[in-house]
Ligand binder design. Structure first.
Ligand SMILES: Nc1ncnc2c1ncn2[C@@H]1O[C@H](COP(=O)(O)OP(=O)(O)O)[C@@H](O)[C@H]1O
Ligand SMILES: [Mg+2]
Length: 123
């Protein structure tokens, strides 16, 4: 597993960190269970407005019929990809999945939000 994150990235709001943790957890589980990929790469960046995270593998890709369900939003149930999409939507972020026989990429963006408690305690 390869993680690309800049030194001194800092902390995010609890809500954002939790969402990112769940998305990473589900994505790595998918890569392990379904992709057959020998690599998993996570890249995290942020700017003043948003956090962008990309998780990709070099596996077999999501079957086209399943991918179509995700793209059209008709696959509603599940804690997996449908759950990631729902979670980012609730947080006013964006979610995108692209997949081919060369592998799968999940890209999310989440708005930067303040964490009142963390700010107050200065940690
Ligand atoms: N990284 C991946 N590589 C290949 N196929 C994938 C990947 N992630 C998901 N899939 C396919 O999409 C389906 C749905 O994934 P998900 O929503 O996480 O549900 P689940 O993992 O419970 O089956 C999987 O069953 C699998 O067929
Ligand atoms: Mg899954």
């Amino acid at each position: 597993m390869e993680l690309d994150i800049l030194k001194g990235f800092g902390r995010l709001s609890t809500e954002t960190e939790t969402a990112m943790f769940r998305i990473v957890q589900q994505s790595l589980a998918n890569i392990y269970r379904h992709s057959g990929s020998h690599v998993a790469m996570i890249k995290v960046r942020k700017n003043a407005k948003e956090i962008i995270m990309r998780i990709c593998d070099e596996g077999c890709g999501i079957a086209p019929d399943i991918l179509r369900e995700f793209e059209s939003g008709t696959r509603l149930l599940g804690v997996g990809i449908a759950g990631m999409r729902e979670r980012t939507k609730v947080m006013k972020g964006s979610f995108h999945v692209s997949s081919s026989t060369g592998g799968t990429t999940i890209e999310i963006s989440l708005p930067v939000t303040e964490n009142a408690a963390r700010k107050f305690h200065g940690v």
